[in-house]
Design a protein around this ligand. Structure first.
Ligand SMILES: *Cc1c(COP(=O)(O)O)cnc(C)c1O
Length: 222
């Protein structure tokens, strides 16, 4: 099946409360344009330079989501146009986004990445760090960041129970923070689910899935 068919098949099963981020990393502009021409406007990239060069040539009416690990020194390059930064995994990074966004008087949407997987390698805050950060936020405020919610990645495993357990955990954190009704905290997005596990993620309450290979096929890294 082609990009258009894959996209339509996923969108058909998507609840109206869930947004699809089409993950275009490593794929050329021509491939992205197939999705664009099919009416899709929300794209995710994991590298700053790649996202910038694609954003320069793709029509401006799309949303660009930074889904990868973001280094502080690269924040300034995406702050002017990024729609949502999914992987905020340190207070230092959040402060840098706030600082660069203040310079251009733009409020940038962010998600806090939470470590839910078993693997050590995955980035993200622990539960304790998350609590600390939310506390700090409610005291100090970061005027130029809008913390819209949480993002997480489940363990890379065939074990569906494990994946489901991790998504449940993330949803629980999300609900706990939401019910605190912290002033100024919009907290309406839960980004979880990729090609292999998005169906489970939706069942567990995801409001945003990040899907690459199930739309565009496998990736070749150079
Ligand atoms: C690459 C990537 C995805 C998409 O992965 P697929 O398995 O191709 O759907 C989702 N989220 C993040 C953070 C990624 O880096």
């Amino acid at each position: 099946m082609g990009v258009t068919e894959n996209l339509a098949a996923i969108k058909n099963t998507l609840p109206p409360t869930c947004t699809l981020v089409a993950v275009t990393k490593t794929h050329p502009v021509e491939t992205i344009m197939q999705a664009y021409d099919a009416g899709h406007k929300v794209f995710g990239e994991n590298k700053v330079q790649e996202m910038r060069s694609k954003a320069e040539v793709i029509p401006a009416d799309v949303e660009w989501h930074m889904i990868g690990h973001l280094q502080s020194n690269k924040v300034k390059h995406i702050v002017p146009f990024v729609s949502l930064i999914h992987g905020v995994d340190s207070i230092k990074l959040l402060e840098e986004i706030n600082k660069q966004a203040a310079k251009i008087d733009r409020v940038v949407n962010c998600l806090l990445q939470i470590h839910i997987a078993e693997e050590e390698s995955k980035f993200g805050f622990s539960e304790e760090e998350l609590d600390y950060l939310i506390e700090a936020y409610s005291r100090e405020k970061f005027s130029f960041v809008n913390i819209r919610g949480l993002m997480g990645m489940a363990t890379l495993t065939e074990n569906e129970d494990q994946i489901r357990k991790e998504f449940k955990q993330l949803k629980q954190h999300f609900d706990e923070i939401r019910t605190k009704n912290i002033d100024g905290l919009q907290f309406d997005i839960l980004s979880m689910g990729m090609s292999a596990d998005y169906q489970i993620a939706i069942e567990e309450g995801s409001t945003m899935i990040r899907v690459g290979s199930a739309i565009f096929g496998g990736r070749t890294y150079h």
